[in-house]
Design a protein around this ligand. Structure first.
Ligand SMILES: C[C@H](NC(=O)[C@@H](N)CCCCN)C(=O)O
Length: 525
C-alpha cells in the first residue's frame, strides 16, 4: 500500500489563496475606514451648510445667501428672504459671480446641501494624525507585536478587529452628534471625540495589519510570498480607492459627514466575521503543521522570547527598511489626507470630482503591486525597486510644490506616477523583511516597523495642518479665506522623498555587503 505523506493545509493552493482572500477582505474594510474622511476635508473645514450645484461647483450657504440678496437689491428685485432651510435640492438661484476676472450673472440649480463642521485645518490635521496616537504614544503597536508573537494569530486578530470596530463606532457617534460650542483642550469636543475613536480604530487597524502580514508569511513562505503580500496590499488599496472616490458623494447624498463612517463601520462588522472564518482555517493549518512535524520527528517550534528582540534591534538592514518605511509612507498616506483639497485649490478641480484624482493612486496600485510583487518573486531586484520608487515619490512632490502646470490633467499624470511609486516600494519592502528577520520574530519586526511608521502617520498630518493654517492660507483684507498656496506643504512632502532615496541607496549597499538576498528572487526553484 502507498504510504500517505502528511501535508500542511498551506501546501494546498486553494486553501492558502482562500486564506489570503479572507484576511485581505478584513484589511480592505479597515483601509476604507482609514481614509473615508480624506475627501471630506473641505466640508469639515467649512462652517455651516455647504451648497452643491448641478454644475459641480459649491459654496457655503451663508455666502450664497448674501450673494443672492445682494443681486436682488442691485437689480431692484423683490427680496427672496432666503434662509438656510430654504436651500434645498432643485432650487434655482441667481447671483453675481466673478468668472475669468469679470463679474457675471449666473443662474444655478442646487443639487444637494450638506452640513460643514467648521473645523480649522489644525483641528483636521490633529484628527487625521489621531490614527497613530495610541500606537505611538502608548507604545501599543510595539506591545501588539509582542502579543502577536506570544499569544498567536487568532487571539491577536480577534482583539484587534474588535478595537477597529469599537473605534469606528466612537468616530461615527462623534460625527453624527452636535456638541455645540463645547470645547476640550482648546478644540471642539467633536474633534476630540472623533480623534479618540480614530485613535482606537488606528490601534486596531495597525495590529490587524501586522497580524495579516504574519498570516501571509505563515501560509506563503517559500512559495508566492511577494505576490501574496502584493495582492493583500492591492485589496487594501481597493478600500482606500472606494473611500476616496465615493465618500463625498455619500456625505452629499445623505447631507452629513457621518454617513460614510457609518457605512465603513458596517463593512468592518462583515470584515470581523470574515476574520473569524479565517480563524477556523488557522486552527486547521496549525494542526496539520504539527502533524507534519511529528511525522518528520521534528521538535516543537521554539516559542518567542523577549531576548529575541535583540536580534531585531541589532540588524542594520532592519533599521534601514524601518526608516525607509517611515519616510516613504510619510510622503504618501498623510499626503492623501490633504490631496483632495490640493486638487480643488491648486488645480481648480470641482469639489465633486476632486476626490477622484487622489483615488487614481490606490486604483493604479491595485494592479501594479501584485505585478511588481510577482516580479520580485521571480527575478528579485527588491532593493533596486525601492530606490526607483523613492526617486519617483520625490519627483512627484517637487512637481506638486512648483507653482506651474496648474491643469487638472497634469495632476492626473503626476498622481499616476505616484501610483507607480506606491506600488514599487511596498511590493519590494514588505517581502524583504522575512529575508532579514526570522519567522519567530517576524510579528515583532513588522510591529516595530509599523510603530516607527506610525510616528510619521501621526505627526505629519498635524504638521501639515498647522503649516496650511499658518503659511498656506490666503486671506482677503477682511480675513476671509480666498485660497491656498501649497508650495510649503508640498516641499515638506518632497523632503520625505529625498530622505527615502538616501535610505534606499544605503539599503542597497548594505545588502551587497551582508547578502540579505534583497536582489535575489523569492521563489525557490
Ligand atoms: C502594508 C502596508 N500597511 C501599512 O503600512 C500600515 N502600517 C499603514 C496603513 C495605513 C492605511 N492608510 C501598506 O499599506 O502598504
Amino acid at each position: 500500500m502507498k504510504e500517505q505523506i502528511q501535508q500542511k493545509l498551506s501546501d494546498s493552493r486553494v486553501a492558502r489563496w482562500t486564506a489570503l482572500m479572507i484576511v485581505s477582505f478584513t484589511m480592505m474594510c479597515g483601509y476604507f475606514l482609514t481614509d473615508v474622511m480624506s475627501p471630506l476635508e473641505n466640508l469639515l473645514t467649512t462652517k455651516g451648510k455647504v451648497v452643491y450645484f448641478t454644475d459641480d461647483t459649491s459654496i457655503s450657504a451663508d455666502s450664497l445667501i448674501s450673494k443672492v440678496e445682494l443681486f436682488a437689491a442691485a437689480n431692484a428685485l423683490s427680496s427672496p428672504e432666503l434662509t438656510v432651510e430654504k436651500l434645498e435640492e432643485g432650487a434655482e438661484l441667481q447671483y453675481m459671480e466673478t468668472v475669468d476676472g469679470q463679474q457675471q450673472t449666473v443662474q444655478k440649480t442646487i443639487s444637494s446641501v450638506a452640513s460643514g463642521e467648521g473645523w480649522s485645518s489644525t483641528e483636521y490635521g490633529f484628527f487625521s494624525g489621531a490614527y497613530g496616537y495610541i500606537n505611538v504614544f502608548l507604545l501599543m503597536l510595539f506591545f501588539g507585536g509582542i502579543i502577536l508573537d506570544k499569544m498567536g494569530i487568532r487571539f491577536t486578530g480577534i482583539m484587534s478587529c474588535g478595537f477597529m470596530f469599537a473605534g469606528a463606532l466612537i468616530k461615527w457617534y462623534a460625527l453624527s452628534t452636535d456638541f455645540g460650542d463645547t470645547m476640550l483642550f482648546g478644540m471642539n469636543m467633536q474633534v476630540i471625540l472623533a480623534a479618540l475613536g480614530f485613535a482606537i480604530f488606528g490601534m486596531g487597524a495597525e495590529i490587524t495589519g501586522i497580524t495579516v502580514s504574519k498570516i501571509i508569511v505563515k501560509w506563503f513562505a517559500g512559495k508566492e510570498l511577494a505576490l501574496a503580500l502584493g495582492l493583500q496590499v492591492a485589496m487594501a488599496r481597493i478600500g482606500t480607492a472606494i473611500a476616496l472616490g465615493a465618500s463625498l458623494s455619500v456625505a452629499r447624498m445623505m447631507g452629513n459627514v457621518s454617513y460614510p463612517v457609518l457605512f465603513g463601520a458596517i463593512a468592518l462588522c462583515i470584515g470581523f466575521v470574515s476574520f473569524l472564518v479565517y480563524c477556523v482555517m488557522d486552527k486547521k493549518e496549525d494542526a496539520s503543521a504539527l502533524a507534519v512535524r511529528q511525522e518528520e520527528g521534528q521538535s516543537e517550534e521554539e516559542g518567542f522570547r523577549l531576548a529575541d528582540l535583540k536580534l531585531i534591534f541589532c540588524s542594520k538592514g532592519f533599521w534601514l527598511i524601518t526608516l525607509l518605511c517611515l519616510m516613504f509612507y510619510a510622503g504618501v498616506f498623510p499626503f492623501l489626507k490633504f490631496a483632495t483639497k490640493l486638487m480643488i485649490y491648486k488645480y481648480d478641480v470641482p469639489e465633486s470630482f476632486a476626490g477622484m484624482i487622489p483615488a487614481l493612486l490606490p486604483f493604479g496600485t491595485i494592479l501594479l503591486t501584485p505585478v511588481f510583487g510577482s516580479l520580485y518573486d521571480r527575478i528579485g531586484r527588491g532593493a533596486t525597486l525601492m530606490i526607483i520608487g523613492s526617486v519617483m515619490l520625490t519627483v512627484v512632490h517637487v512637481l506638486f510644490a512648483l507653482p506651474l502646470m496648474n491643469y487638472w490633467w497634469f495632476a492626473v499624470v503626476v498622481m499616476i506616477v505616484l501610483g507607480i511609486a506606491f506600488s514599487l516600494v511596498p511590493s519590494a519592502m514588505w517581502p524583504s523583511v522575512p529575508k532579514i528577520i526570522p519567522m519567530k520574530q517576524l510579528g515583532s519586526a513588522y510591529a516595530i516597523i509599523f510603530y516607527i511608521q506610525n510616528i510619521g502617520l501621526a505627526m505629519v498630518p498635524v504638521l501639515i495642518g498647522w503649516v496650511i493654517d499658518d503659511f498656506a492660507t490666503l486671506r482677503d483684507t477682511s480675513g476671509a479665506i480666498t485660497g491656498y498656496n501649497y508650495s510649503i506643504p508640498m516641499t515638506i512632502f518632497a523632503v520625505f522623498g529625498v530622505c527615502a532615496v538616501v535610505i534606499s541607496l544605503m539599503l542597497r549597499v548594505d545588502d551587497a555587503k551582508k547578502h540579505y538576498g534583497l536582489e535575489e528572487a523569492n521563489m525557490k526553484k
